[in-house]
Design a protein around this ligand. Structure first.
Ligand code: NAD
Length: 278
């Protein structure tokens, strides 16, 4: 039997529509400050898409650009200005930053109330303690997808492959907060397939093309693929989609699965940050 394929582009469209309706109700348009340091081509594309979608839902695009040579002090001082600016509801520093910068120190300068990427130590601590706060966009998007597909989480066995600050760790915390029994795998995990085969819900966020094949999947599992890799034949994820869709119950494609959810979650976070101050 073939898995149900989750259409992330469609779920993201619905989320953007609901954010746009809430923005209109709010009256004063929320402002999102994306911060780009340098001219990395991939980062430029990501930021361009964020700015475009921000405007499409009726928010204010308050983008700031610094040169690749910007000093630590310059970037931190820009963050302080944005923290103090009442027009700015959300601040997103596009990663990766140029190598000479201490990205953790820069991220931690962001006021937790404006931390729409959910990456400051305070936001991460709140999530770890199960307290309310702004949460990282990609794992938040995965939760929205799982809820949309009505995947049961309470008591379910969830396995997250990857432990990054951006995806794997917060993903595991969010599943834990929903009462799943969570296992985190990483590059030193032994017998990966044995662990992942236990999963009712499997999240692939290792950044290794097609790492997970048929042998990693419990029949009927919900398989969410966060990975994105550009290959000559097109984009692929961390999951071997063609092999796994024959055995999984639910699967996300790449592209068109988790990818579109990330920006939609960012817009939702920006709306929530603005609503808290109005
Ligand atoms: P990362 O490189 O920071 O972290 C990867 C994690 O996977 C690490 O914790 C590592 O221990 C683990 N890992 C590596 N190889 C492994 C292996 N063989 N077995 C088990 N675990 C292994 O990456 P990241 O930032 O978390 O991103 C992961 C993937 O998700 C990447 O492909 C990235 O492009 C993609 N991504 C997509 C979105 C989106 O919007 N869809 C957003 C962020 C990241």
């Amino acid at each position: 039997m073939s898995a149900r394929v989750l259409d992330g582009a469609d779920v993201a469209r619905q989320l953007r529509r609901s954010v746009a309706a809430d923005v209109a109700r709010l009256g004063a348009a929320p402002g999102l400050a994306t911060v780009l340091v340098g001219d990395d081509p991939a980062s430029q594309i990501y930021v361009k898409n964020k700015r475009k979608q921000c405007v499409e839902v009726g928010m204010r695009d308050l983008h700031r650009h610094l040169s690749a040579e910007a000093s630590q002090e310059e970037v931190e001082s820009l963050i302080e200005d944005l923290n103090a600016d009442h027009q700015v509801d959300g601040i997103l520093v596009q990663l990766p930053l140029p190598k000479h910068l201490d990205f953790r120190a820069i991220i931690d300068r962001i006021s937790p109330a404006k931390d729409v990427d959910g990456l400051t130590a305070i936001s991460a601590g709140r999530l770890a303690q199960g307290r309310p706060g702004l949460q990282p966009c990609t794992p938040a998007g995965v939760m929205t997808l799982l809820d949309h597909a009505e995947v049961p989480l309470s008591g379910a066995r969830a396995v997250v492959v990857g432990r990054s600050d951006l995806v794997g760790r917060p993903m595991a915390q969010m599943l834990l907060a929903r009462h799943a029994t969570v296992t985190i795998c990483h590059s030193r995990t032994r017998e990966l397939a044995e662990v992942t085969r236990e999963a009712d819900v499997l999240i692939a966020a290792a950044g290794v093309p097609q790492l997970l094949g048929r042998e990693h999947i419990r029949p009927g599992a919900a398989v969410i693929d966060v990975g994105i890799h550009r290959r000559e034949t097109g984009l692929c994820g961390d999951v071997d989609f063609d092999a796994v869709k024959e055995i999984a119950g639910i699967i996300t494609p790449v592209p068109g699965g988790v990818g579109p959810m990330t920006i939609a979650s960012l817009l939702r976070n920006t709306l929530d940050a603005a609503a808290a101050t109005r």
